[in-house]
Structures are given as structure tokens and as C-alpha cells.
Design a protein around this ligand. Structure first.
Ligand SMILES: Cc1cc2nc3c(=O)[nH]c(=O)nc-3n(C[C@H](O)[C@H](O)[C@H](O)COP(=O)(O)O)c2cc1C
Ligand code: SF4
Length: 512
């Protein structure tokens, strides 16, 4: 009888040598006369332990990691196929402290199943939500989504049920479902992990949305930097179609071209229509005039992926997780200078400190964590004094920060926050779509002013006259203009990282 061995096919594991490890396991199995069935699963999200190899034993799955190709021979010698001791043995993955305390609803199957096995998907509760939805009317499904309290996971946290209800109630000959898989925020990778590790869940969520609002066509807009996710999705759609799960819903994949602004939903729709990604004026909102002028549901990958659980388990079940108006769970992503980077799905309400220290283990460098950016490149920088703020949309908004897509990037005490503020402005200058002046011109002027502050030059650019207060006033004024006068959050939120850096780390802006 063959032993099942799991080697992740997730990009992060592949980048750390998982493909070579898989090949080495296959050849060592032949050399040792062992029958091995290799399954390429998704990642469990313990990035520092990748490639994390698991073996199916009668006692359950036993993990080993991080495994290099050079370790494989010694794993066979130690009889890892029976779960035997080895210096890389981690025990049962579900007992690992990083995983044991998580609340995995959306990521429950990721790392567990073969992402392209529809039988595996079904065996672990897949398509139950869709099967229940098929027997319900659109309004009933939308009500369940509304009752669950689910808000968009792409960044803006808009209630999904309200958006779906608008599309449902807008008469049209054609409606679309569009999945935003552009995932451009710094330090984020949950969309990618979900698409690579459990693509049927996204497909199921989109199929439920289509049934609910009466759409027959949909697209997943994937960033070009995600070739494995794109390939996995294409194959999963082919399999789901052949199995009859997409009979009334035609789903396609479209590849972006590397522009951050194409993650903004209206620029994304322009790009999907084959045009340059420029932000549209709102209103009308895409739910009324969206793709090719038709009512369109645009949601993030994690928003759609939350839907099957809501339909299968009920709105109450999902709503019971979380705090305040932030219901359910969010897959937080730990990145930057952090010892144990990876994915932690928790109910809203967990604090930054818990994530950074209980899960992340502190900084990778061993130095104190000085600043954390939450919510991507437009998110504020938080100092240590704010690490106890619960991660929910309202608590973060109250301190001028945002949860966004749940990306958390840590910096130790060697970080220069003036440089980080400059970087935020420069990022905006590079990625601006150019439609409005405060963002297009303001960000370039912002970089110049920050340069002057750092260099200690006067406001007109003359050399070495420390006109600090005048420059700071200019920077504040510029940020106010960008905040108030930008069409979208690109220009409208760039002031958040800049001003939070200035507020909490002002001494970094003092030139030597
Ligand atoms: C500059 C900018 C970039 C954005 N990038 C993304 C992105 O990469 N992925 C995403 O899901 N939403 C992104 N958004 C948010 C989308 O505009 C939109 O709110 C989201 O797709 C709606 O889905 P949701 O309600 O499920 O979050 C971005 C917004 C802005 C202003
Ligand atoms: S704020 Fe910037 S990115 Fe947004 S519409 Fe204006 S120019 Fe374009």
C-alpha cells in the first residue's frame, strides 16, 4: 500500500525549493522500494517552515520542515514515511501552536486538500453552500450575506450584502461577477494562497453570487505576478465546468499587467474592457454601471471565498466571529522583519501585539519592533504604543489607521521612518493613474518637500538653511489637499503613511 506524502505547490514553497524536494522524494522512494503517492497541496501558511512536507500515517498527518532536497535521503533513512523522529519533525500540523489557536473558516482546507481534486473539495464540505443556494431565491441569498455582516475584504470594507442587493435590484439583460485578484498591497498574499490552495472555494463563492444576482458571466482578474495562481484557477475552472458546477455561469480568467491602480475596482473594469487602467468617476457605482456598462458585483478573493461558509453554515455562524461591526474572520498576513511570517486567520478583535509576538515571534533580526504598517502602502504606520488596538475596522479608523486587506509589515528599530514616508509619496507618484492633480502632481511635490526636510534645506530649495517648520507646514498642507481633493484612495490615503510617520516618529525627520 502506498503512503501519501504532501509537498506544497504554493508559490512560496516552490520559491524555497518545493518542486526539487518533490522530485527528490519521488526518486528516493524508487531507490528505497517504497510506494509513495505524492500530493501537491497548498501551503498551511507557516512560511518559515516551507517547504513543509507532510506524511499520512495511521495516527494522522505528520509534518517535517523546512525540508531541503539534501534532507530527503536522511528522512527516508529515518523512516519518515512512518512518521518517525527526525530533526525536522514538527508533529501534527494542526497541533502546531501557530495553527492550533487560529480560527480558520476561509482557510480551513488550504494546505489540507489537493487543490485540484474536486473529490477532496467535496469530502471537506465543498459545494454544500452552492447546493443550498441553488434552492433559494436571490433575495434570500442576499439576505444571508447581509445578515452575516460580511464586509469587503479588499480594503474598503463595504458591506457585501448591500452591493449584491443593488445588483440584484438593477434590471439588465446581462450582469457580471468580477473577482478582484490584483492583490497589490505590500505584505499581502492571502488571495494568492487561497487561489493556489483552494481554488474551488473562490469558484463556488462566485457561482453563488451569480445565482443570487442573476449573472451569467464572470471574470477573475489576476495580477501578472501570480502565474501559479492563474494556472491553478484555469485548471480548476475547467474541472468544475466538466463536473457540471458551472452550468449557468461562464467564468474566465484575465491577467493584469502590473499596475497597482488596476486593483481599484473601476480602473480594474477599464482594464478588463481592454483599456488603460484609469479610475472612473463614481457615481454611477459598478453595481449599477459596471463592466461593459452592465450591473457588476466586484469583490475581493477573500470576500467571495467567505460566501460558501455563510451559505453552508448559516449567517449566524459566521456572524458569531468578530467584534462590533467587523464580523467573521480575516486572514492576517505577517510580513517584513518578522520571525514567523505567514498567514494567521483570526476573528476580528485580535490585537496587533498578539499577532506580532504570539504568532510572529517578534522581529526576525531579534531587535525591538519599532513600527508596523497595516493595510498596504496606503495604511498608517503604527508605533509600539498602538500595538494593543484590536484589529477591527472601527478601532483602526479611530486611530487614523486601516485594517485593509490584513497585510501587516513589521520594521525593527533600525528603520528610518522619514525614508518610509518618502517611499509612500514616491509610490503614489509612480503608481498614480494621473487623472487628478492632487495625486499626480501632489505626490511628486511631496517627495521633493520630504527630501528638503530630510536634508534640512529651506522651503524654496536653497542650501543648508534649516527652514524646518516651513517645510513641515508645506507637507501638512499638501497632505490636506491630497486627502480632500483626490478622486480615489490612491491619492486620498497616501497622506496616512506619510503623516503617521511624521506624527509618531518625528525625530527621524530631523537631519543629522
Ligand atoms: C489604489 C487602490 C488599489 C486597490 N487594490 C485592490 C486590490 O489589489 N485588491 C482588492 O481586492 N481591492 C483593491 N482595492 C479596493 C477595490 O477598489 C474595491 O474596493 C474592492 O475590489 C471591492 O471588493 P470588496 O468589497 O470585496 O473588498 C484597491 C483600491 C484602491 C483605491
Ligand atoms: S487619486 Fe490618483 S490614482 Fe486615484 S484617480 Fe486620482 S490620479 Fe488616479
Amino acid at each position: 500500500m502506498s503512503v501519501t506524502v504532501f509537498v506544497p505547490r504554493d508559490s512560496s514553497a516552490i520559491s524555497l525549493g518545493a518542486d526539487t524536494v518533490a522530485r527528490e522524494i519521488a526518486s528516493q522512494a524508487i531507490r528505497n522500494g517504497c510506494a509513495v503517492r505524492l500530493v501537491r497541496n497548498g501551503s498551511r501558511g507557516l512560511a518559515w517552515l516551507e517547504p513543509m512536507v507532510e506524511v499520512q500515517t495511521p495516527e494522522g498527518r505528520i509534518a517535517y520542515g523546512p525540508v531541503t532536497p539534501a534532507d530527503v535521503a536522511s528522512l527516508f533513512d529515518a523512516e519518515f514515511l512512518h512518521g518517525a523522529p527526525h530533526r525536522l519533525r514538527l508533529g501534527k500540523p494542526e497541533d502546531h501552536p501557530y495553527l492550533a489557536k487560529q480560527e480558520r473558516l476561509t482557510f480551513a482546507r488550504v494546505g489540507v486538500i489537493d487543490p485540484l481534486s474536486i473529490d477532496d473539495y467535496r469530502a471537506y464540505g465543498g459545494f454544500v453552500g452552492l447546493e443550498k443556494a441553488i434552492h433559494r431565491g436571490g433575495a434570500e441569498i442576499v439576505k444571508a450575506v447581509t445578515d452575516s455582516g460580511l464586509r469587503g475584504r479588499g480594503g474598503a470594507a463595504f458591506p457585501a450584502g448591500i452591493k449584491w442587493n443593488t445588483v440584484l435590484n438593477t434590471p439588465a439583460d446581462l450582469k457580471y461577477i468580477v473577482c478582484n485578484a490584483d492583490e497589490g498591497d505590500s505584505g499581502t498574499f492571502s488571495d494568492r494562497m487561497l487561489m493556489e490552495g483552494d481554488p474551488f472555494m473562490l469558484i463556488e463563492g462566485m457561482a453563488i453570487a451569480a445565482h443570487a444576482v442573476g449573472a451569467r458571466k464572470g471574470y477573475i482578474y489576476v495580477r501578472s505576478e501570480y502565474p501559479y495562481a492563474e494556472a491553478t484557477l484555469r485548471e480548476a475552472i475547467r474541472i468544475a465546468t466538466a463536473a457540471g458546477f458551472l452550468d449557468h455561469f461562464e467564468l474566465g480568467v484575465r491577467r493584469g499587467a502590473g499596475a497597482y491602480i488596476c486593483g481599484e475596482e473601476t480602473a480594474l473594469l477599464e482594464s478588463l474592457e481592454g483599456k488603460r487602467g484609469i479610475v472612473r468617476f463614481k457615481p454611477p457605482v459598478p453595481a449599477i454601471v459596471g463592466l461593459f456598462g452592465k450591473p457588476t458585483v466586484v469583490n475581493n478573493v477573500i470576500t467571495f471565498a467567505a460566501i460558501p461558509t455563510i451559505l453552508a453554515e448559516g449567517a449566524e455562524y459566521y456572524k458569531n466571529y468578530g467584534m462590533g461591526r467587523s464580523r467573521g474572520t480575516l486572514p492576517f498576513q505577517l510580513a517584513g522583519n518578522i520571525k514567523h511570517g505567514g498567514l494567521v486567520e483570526k476573528a476580528f478583535g485580535v490585537t496587533l501585539r498578539e499577532l506580532l509576538y504570539d504568532y510572529g515571534g517578534g522581529s526576525r533580526s531579534g531587535r525591538p519592533i519599532r513600527a508596523v504598517q497595516v493595510g498596504g502602502p496606503l495604511g498608517a504606520y503604527l508605533p509600539e504604543s498602538q500595538f494593543d488596538t484590536p484589529l477591527d475596522y472601527e478601532s483602526f479608523a479611530a486611530i487614523g489607521a486601516m485594517v485593509g486587506h490584513g497585510g501587516i509589515v513589521a520594521f525593527d528599530d533600525t528603520v528610518d521612518m522619514a525614508k518610509m514616508a518618502r517611499y509612500a509619496m514616491e509610490f503614489c507618484a509612480i503608481e498614480s493613474c494621473g487623472k487628478c492633480t492632487p495625486c499626480r502632481i501632489g505626490s511628486t511635490r511631496g517627495v521633493e518637500v520630504i527630501d528638503k526636510i530630510i536634508a534640512g534645506r529651506d522651503a524654496e530649495g536653497g542650501p543648508q538653511v534649516n527652514d524646518r517648520e516651513k517645510n513641515l507646514a508645506l507637507l501638512r498642507d499638501l497632505n490636506e489637499t491630497m486627502l480632500a481633493g483626490s478622486l480615489c484612495a490612491m491619492g486620498g490615503m497616501t497622506p496616512f503613511p506619510v503623516m503617521s510617520a511624521l506624527k509618531h516618529f518625528e525625530k527621524d525627520f530631523t537631519h543629522a
